[in-house]
Design a protein around this ligand. Structure first.
Ligand code: GAP
Length: 496
């Protein structure tokens, strides 16, 4: 299924409280984003399942939460001060700034001499079909000459302490990885781990990107979920160097993880870095690409960083960063396999993949087919009639009870059809509706049947389930991951 246009998703995210532009009332900062009430739940769910699957459920992983501000030498040792740069060019006319390596991938503005100077927007890389010219000037204004490329460091500089002097300079971390490397020995000593083992971390990273854009795909403040997996380079597995085998294993693990939480196989592919693309620390890097609306782009990277980082930090700090191999009676500097994912990019991909429009009884239905574990709200409790006190009271009781285990929301601000559509649009997998039959009619002396309607988002099927069995039903659906069909086989359909 093809992804929606980015502006459709941006509009849904704003309208329904997933993502807002940062500082919007001041005109906004195009490169930073704020997560609203639903966005923060979705983001937390992504981080929670990633941590559970890769840290808690494995016996070869531990976690870490290092500080964002680190010793300035960390960035000298890691190579970021000298190498974490992008080549940039400026337009001498309109002052727009571009990444030199991306300029040929942009549509360009052209004033065509062959058509009395008419203005055209021409597709990236194509010549003008009237005069045959290719782009040489600024792609934005079409008039200015471009400067020669200059290297621009992407790290945000700041000062530690009250004096703004060179000695106090430090940086906001551009990746979480270095916090792991500098704590390698602390973790080793405190946990008595043996190779191979990994350290995971989730946290903010900052890059002064020259051309941020495509919504939350590239921003200046973002979050990473990173693993540094330490392997003994002298070990062999399956008749191959252990680091190479672990690299392949992590590539497969990461691909399977994104598939498990909903990304369609057609929308994800691997990209093997060529020699010229490899970072200075990498022996081999494979990216997982996602088919974003602007084209195939990096969702995450899985690199074999060799022993580069530990050796560099050892050299710069004077501390030995090794593991003692009891069998071979030698100190080894482990090789590192690094699966590194962006939380915001993962969230964007999950939203794009989940977005679907369809026609139901002549009306457009928008739904987010989010995996139930990722969905911000798990259950919505809705009254069929908000004027009936017993119905509303039963709804509130149910919401209070269910939300202890699964985030549950109550809504009575529209008629039931509209309430269902609103929940579909934000990906709520289940709605529970309380109606007159549930509570009965005391005026007529009619007892209630104590049953509610559960509606499933994707199929829109409705089942009649006793209130007393709701917790057990949701435990099967939301905790045990049982398919809806299993529940549908056990309960009668509700009359709609
Ligand atoms: N420690 C390795 C590292 O940081 P990277 O490829 O530069 O590698 C890893 O970044 C991931 O972080 C990317 O695959 C992407 O998901 C995310 N990421 C990087 N820069 C980003 C940005 N400016 N905005 C949002 N996410 C970004």
């Amino acid at each position: 299924m093809s992804a929606p246009a980015m502006d459709v998703l941006v509009s849904l995210c704003k309208r329904r409280g997933f993502i807002f532009q940062s500082s919007e009332i001041y005109g906004g900062t195009g490169s930073c984003w704020d997560y609203g009430p639903l966005g923060v739940e979705l983001k937390n769910n992504i981080k929670r399942v990633w941590w559970r699957d890769f840290v808690h459920q494995r016996d070869d992983m531990v976690g870490l939460d290092a500080s964002i501000l680190m010793h300035a030498m960390v960035w000298k040792a890691s190579g970021h001060v000298d190498h974490f740069t992008d080549p940039m060019v400026d337009c001498r006319e309109c002052r727009h700034r571009f990444r030199a390596d991306q300029i040929d991938e942009m549509d360009w503005t052209h004033y065509c001499a062959a058509t009395k100077g008419n203005k055209f927007t021409i597709k990236a890389g194509e010549p003008c079909k009237h005069c045959g010219e290719r782009r040489t000037l600024c792609p934005h204004c079409g008039k200015g000459e471009l400067t020669a490329p200059r290297q621009f460091n992407l790290m945000f500089k700041t000062f530690m302490g009250p004096v703004e002097e060179d000695a106090a300079v430090t940086y906001l971390r551009p990746e979480t990885a270095q916090g792991i490397f500098v704590n390698f020995d602390n973790v080793l000593q405190s946990t008595r781990r043996k190779l191979p083992f990994g350290i995971a971390q989730i946290g903010k990273a900052f890059r002064n990107e020259i051309t941020p854009g495509n919504f939350i795909f590239r921003s200046r403040e973002f979050e990473q979920m990173e693993i540094e997996f330490f392997v003994n380079p002298h070990d062999r597995l399956e008749d191959r160097p252990a680091d190479e085998v672990w690299h392949d294993r992590w590539i497969a693990e990461c691909q399977a993880w994104f598939a498990r939480y909903g990304l369609a196989a057609d929308n994800v592919k691997l990209h093997e870095h060529g020699r010229e693309e490899l970072a200075h620390y990498s022996k081999r890097t494979v990216d997982l690409l996602y088919r974003f609306p602007m084209g195939w782009s990096e969702l995450m990277g899985i690199a074999n960083r060799t022993d580069f980082d530990l050796k560099q930090h050892s050299k710069f700090s004077g501390k030995m960063l090794t593991w003692f191999d009891e069998e071979r009676k030698e100190h080894v500097v482990p090789f590192v396999i690094e699966p590194s994912a962006g939380v915001d990019r993962a969230l964007l991909a999950f939203l794009l993949d989940a977005y679907q429009e369809e026609e139901v009884r002549g009306e457009k239905r928008v739904l987010l087919r989010l995996h139930p574990e990722l969905a911000p709200i798990k259950i919505a409790v809705l009254p069929l009639l908000k004027k009936r006190g017993e119905i509303v009271a039963t709804c509130h009781d149910l919401r209070r009870r269910l939300t202890r285990r699964w985030l549950t929301l109550y809504d009575d601000t529209a008629a039931i059809g509209r309430l269902y559509r609103r929940q579909d649009e934000v990906g709520t997998p289940y709605c529970v509706t309380v109606d007159v039959k549930t509570v009965g009619d005391p005026d007529k002396g009619e007892p209630g049947d104590g049953k509610v309607t559960i509606r499933e988002r994707d199929t829109m099927q409705q089942l009649r389930v006793p209130i007393a069995e709701l917790d057990a039903v949701f435990a099967r659906l939301l905790d045990a991951g049982a398919p809806w069909s299993e529940i549908a086989a056990a309960y009668p359909r509700a009359e709609s």
